[in-house]
Design a protein around this ligand. Structure first.
Ligand SMILES: [Zn+2]
Length: 175
């Protein structure tokens, strides 16, 4: 992903169609902690508000950068057992136990449709496909997958591109 400093992120927020109070909150959070040191290996980055359950998702599967507001729901409950259910992330295809399973809902500004996907509760999909997390190791043994990291990264990118088209997102103008 292209590197964004606090000011560029602020500009990006300014241009977005979020409610003003939400923009201020995200700007504050980003100024204190959440911007990563290295942006190279990131296709998907969540900047959350203080609750951690809603925020802005930055997506950059290829050249263009997209931003979309999202809301996270952390309990995926099995309707028959009533227990938290394990999922496979719709972005990075990582198996996640109920404790780190979530669903993410997008209400894109230009679309009337709300779209929901299953996802890693930490939305750290860029790290999971690079096999740098414990969750990635657990997932690989659960799913018995033998794909290379490169193939996983390619799969994450192609999924993001498909969802971007589905949500009818338009790229942010360059900063
Ligand atoms: Zn994921």
């Amino acid at each position: 992903m292209i590197t964004l400093d606090g000011e560029q992120f602020g500009n990006l927020l300014k241009a977005s169609e979020l409610r003003p109070r939400f923009k201020l909150e995200l700007k504050f959070v980003a100024s204190t902690q959440q911007l990563p040191d290295s942006w190279i290996d990131i296709e998907l980055l969540a900047i959350t508000d203080r609750t951690g359950d809603k925020g802005l998702l930055l997506l950059q599967p290829a050249d263009d950068l997209y931003i979309v507001p999202y809301a996270l729901s952390r309990s995926i409950v099995d309707s028959t057992t009533g227990r938290a259910r394990a999922i496979i992330c719709d972005f990075c295809y990582t198996w996640q136990p109920g404790s780190n399973a979530a669903s993410v809902t997008f209400s894109p500004p230009r679309s009337k449709n709300t779209v929901r996907f299953l996802c890693c509760g930490d939305l750290d999909c860029s790290s999971h496909v690079r096999n740098t997390t414990k969750a990635a190791l657990v997932s690989r043994s659960q799913l018995r997958e033998t794909m290379t990291n490169e193939d996983r990264i390619a799969r994450l990118k192609s999924k993001l591109e498909r969802y971007i088209a589905q949500l009818e997102l338009t790229p942010t103008s360059s900063m």
